[in-house]
Design a binder for this molecule. Structure first.
Ligand code: FAD
Length: 477
């Protein structure tokens, strides 16, 4: 990891607490585990592969301020952020002939702090985008560990999704997506921050970037976990709703070709408090494993939680089983947004993390970014004028009930006395563990027949009724 990476690795667990309390984070290094505060993604341990992204990529630095390379200052769609969500919009829209420009504040080869895990649902979305998956390490299921109980499960077989997942380190996944966007005809401007331009009526008319204005019929906010752009649009997260924080690094392991994701559900903090979250070992097939831990904000003592310490403790637990080498980079942490106050307005939509689309049950967000990104593009191609409102409605129909249930569930498991017996139950038999896997991975919905579908439907109703109590009795952060 290089200096830029190290600089941004100094962290904040308290970034959003600071927002809640109306103050800036004091000393990031003293806050839970130390996360970056709204910092740009950093080049990864493999960085330095500039030009990897495709022939026609436009690339200019912050200092140059040059926009001559950009072919037009008036486009159909301007995208802020080149993660999976922004890339999905760019690919889908550009392939149908729309003029798309994407601004990314990170450099070529930028990394994103992530577990790199792709569920079958995410593979389905990548297939829809026709992204070749040869570079990804295929995964056939999940090994769930709760205390002494270990269950090794295959992904469920459904008509809706493929039967396999993958681990694809983000630097390479995101590069492949950017490649596809460029090939489709989108222009991408790296190392350039963009902000929306809002007219007197409150309509977003495009973006300002590198000292220039770019007019766009639709501005797509794909800027990741909410920060400056979200604040400009009133699209911050909802303060009372849960969110997550997670930290990860990589280590060498002889088990890098393992075909199961591994999740340890029985994590405890230094005081022995059960943590709503999990530790993961996601084998990348390239000699390394992505090792990390994540926790939900609904847990008691969340503000004090030190993610670095938690990761160290988890590493200790899995060290021998995985014959782990030293960390290949300093562990880095980031936020998992699970709500937003707004995800559309005149002339704009928010997608992916910027729209709070992260599954509270497993921290997955890549799929939701891809799906919401494609949806925004499709609706724009259909009718630019109605796209923002229709996007809000359709993304709601697809995800809101599930995500709401997930958030309620996270209040529930914030109580250790519910979490512990719940965990025991969730892995008690293979049949129940399979239901847990399908529900947590959002591989069913409450209209899906079968046991998992019925559980989802029941959970939706029961947690809906219990919601006011769950909120009132939430553990103190
Ligand atoms: C530790 C951790 C582990 C995770 N593990 C998984 C996992 O295993 N599987 C999974 O599915 N999800 C996982 N997630 C969640 C996943 O990383 C996100 O949901 C996903 O990256 C969202 O994609 P996105 O495109 O919306 O945002 P991002 O990937 O965050 O991309 C946003 C981009 O916007 C750029 N940007 C921001 N502001 C501007 C601006 N003003 N101008 C220009 N560019 C800007 C950023 O530089 C960034 O490149 C994890 C998250 C964390 C923190």
């Amino acid at each position: 990891m290089d200096d830029a990476g190290r600089a941004w690795s100094a962290v904040v667990a308290g970034c959003w607490f600071a927002e809640l309390e109306g103050r800036a984070p004091a000393d990031p290094s003293t806050l839970a585990g130390g996360f970056g505060w709204d910092g740009p993604p950093t080049p990864s341990r493999n960085a330095g592969a500039e030009g990897d992204f495709g022939r026609s990529t436009v690339h200019f630095g912050r200092d140059s301020g040059s926009v001559e390379a950009v072919s037009s200052q008036s486009v159909d769609i301007a995208v802020i952020g080149a993660g999976p969500a922004g890339a999905a919009t760019a690919i889908q829209a550009a392939r149908s002939g729309a003029r798309v420009i994407v601004f990314e504040k990170g450099a070529h080869g930028r990394d994103k702090v992530c577990g790199d895990g792709l569920t079958p649902r995410a593979i389905g979305a990548l297939n829809e985008l026709k992204i070749p998956l040869d570079d990804a390490h295929q995964i056939r299921g999940l090994r769930m560990i709760a205390g002494k109980q270990v269950r090794e499960l295959d992904w469920p077989t459904t008509d809706r999704f493929p039967d396999h997942g993958a681990v694809w380190p983000r630097r390479r996944l995101d590069a492949a997506l950017m490649d596809a966007a460029v090939e489709a005809g989108a222009e991408i401007v790296f190392e350039t921050e963009a902000i929306p331009v809002i007219d007197d009526t409150g309509r977003v008319t495009g973006v300002e970037a590198g000292g220039n204005r770019f007019d766009a019929d639709l501005t797509v906010v794909a800027a990741g976990a909410q920060g400056a752009v979200a604040r400009m649009l009133g699209a911050d997260r909802i303060p009372d709703e849960p969110f997550g924080l997670a930290i990860r690094t990589y280590a060498a392991t002889p088990r890098h070709t393992d075909v199961h994701l591994e999740a340890c559900l029985s994590l405890r903090d230094e005081d022995g408090t059960a943590i709503p979250g999990y530790g993961w070992m996601f084998p990348a097939g390239d000699g390394t494993v992505n090792i990390g831990v994540g926790a939900l904000s609904t847990m008691k003592g969340f503000k004090k939680l030190n993610l670095n310490t938690l990761l160290e403790a988890y590493r200790h637990l899995v060290q021998d089983d995985w014959d782990l080498g030293p960390n290949l980079e300093r562990p880095r942490a980031w936020r998992l947004p699970m709500s937003t106050q707004r995800r559309h307005g005149p002339g704009w939509v928010a997608i992916g993390d910027a729209a709070g689309l992260v599954n509270p049950m497993n921290g997955e967000g890549i799929d939701y970014g891809l799906e919401s990104g494609m949806l925004a593009a499709d609706l724009f191609l259909d009718d630019p004028a109605t796209a923002p409102a229709r996007y809000d409605q359709l993304v709601g129909e697809r995800f809101d009930a599930f995500l709401r249930t997930g958030r309620r569930f996270s209040f529930l498991i914030g109580h250790p006395w519910i979490l512990k017996p719940g965990l025991r139950l969730s892995v008690s038999t293979n049949a129940i563990a399979n239901i847990t896997l399908a529900v947590m991975g959002n591989l069913v919905d409450n209209t899906t027949p079968g046991a998992a579908g019925r559980v989802m439907s029941l959970a939706d109703k029961t947690l809906g009724v219990a919601d006011p109590i769950l909120r009132k009795t939430r553990a103190t952060a």
